[in-house]
Design a protein around this ligand. Sequence first.
Ligand SMILES: C[S@@+](CC[C@H](N)C(=O)[O-])C[C@H]1O[C@@H](n2cnc3c(N)ncnc32)[C@H](O)[C@@H]1O
Length: 367
Amino acid sequence: MKKTFERREPRSQKTKGDGPRRERRDERLPEKPARIEKPAKAARPDAATAPAAEMRPLIRRSGELPAERVPVILESQGAGDFHLIDSGQGLKLEQYGPYRIVRPEAQALWQPSLAPQVWEGADAVFTGDTDEDGMGRWRFPKAALGETWPLSLLDIDFLGRFTAFRHVGVFPEQIVHWSWVKAQAERAGRPIRVLNLFGYTGVASLVAAAAGAEVTHVDASKKAIGWARENQALSRLERAPIRWICEDAMKFILREERRGSRYDIILADPPKFGRGPNGEVFHLFEQLPLMLDVCREILSPNAIGLVLTAYSIRASFYSIHELMRETMRGAGGAVESGELVIREAGLDGRGHGRALSTSLFSRWVRA
Ligand SMILES: C[S@@+](CC[C@H](N)C(=O)[O-])C[C@H]1O[C@@H](n2cnc3c(N)ncnc32)[C@H](O)[C@@H]1O
């Protein structure tokens, strides 16, 4: 990716104005149940050389920085059919509807709280110890289970699913974002436009649609979109205005930018590495700056939010924080944890620039 910074001319009034664009916008929203949109089939390039979406330079931004609120810890305590039961020794024990499931969790450095018998009573354990697809990587200690089972979160019905990548068809920690989107959509008093990038099995799209939003859901995997459509039917939202788009997310947003499309809320949950349907390569650390840059351009003038989730961090400060607290049990005092950051100070050493995160820390203090 070319990492040059260029000043771009402001968009012409014609593409920024609300009139003509709104007409085009509404045309694209489905009146009938949505079908999966797939762009014209391009020849699949050699995977090794497959270009990412056509890039553009980053826009040089000016003006005041937004205010900041840090650190903010968004905490999920479970909802609907999900809660985290216990964690420890590199594993987590979760409740998904009727099933107790054990999956790897690198952040869980401490010991489990519950007795081994509780863990041993799990219905499904991700082993990952074979190279088979799907169910082959799961062990079902009590009884063989089907590949899917019904779940409900925030009044959305969908299928849990034992996948080959240890996922279960939903990332329940995202409930905090979904509740936020739901509240915004309900509060708006108009059908807001929500773009869900890397939308996976569509729970966020369904939550937004159920709250009255017009949703565009983008994912590179036809299979994932198929699952999302299944979830749409389960949630009885077949007639909700959702566009299902099977495309590379970068390619999609760059095209939306050229078209002058606008969204009130954009949700982006990119993987560290992914591929578009035509082999387009997505590397989080290389493409994130441009992805956010383009997302900013396709936010509507009265946009409500741009929500990014990044799972590529190897550890969070909570990992060492909880370990420290467990270690110092009974010692009194307090444990303070967070990140160590270095503030940019400019050439003269007096500036107050951006915060550069260097590491996590956790400290126990007597008082
Ligand atoms: C929700 S993201 C993964 C984020 C997740 N929380 C994790 O563990 O990293 C996964 C989804 O992104 C989709 N995906 C991967 N690469 C993509 C791309 N280039 N464009 C659009 N969707 C992509 C996958 O098909 C999948 O459904």
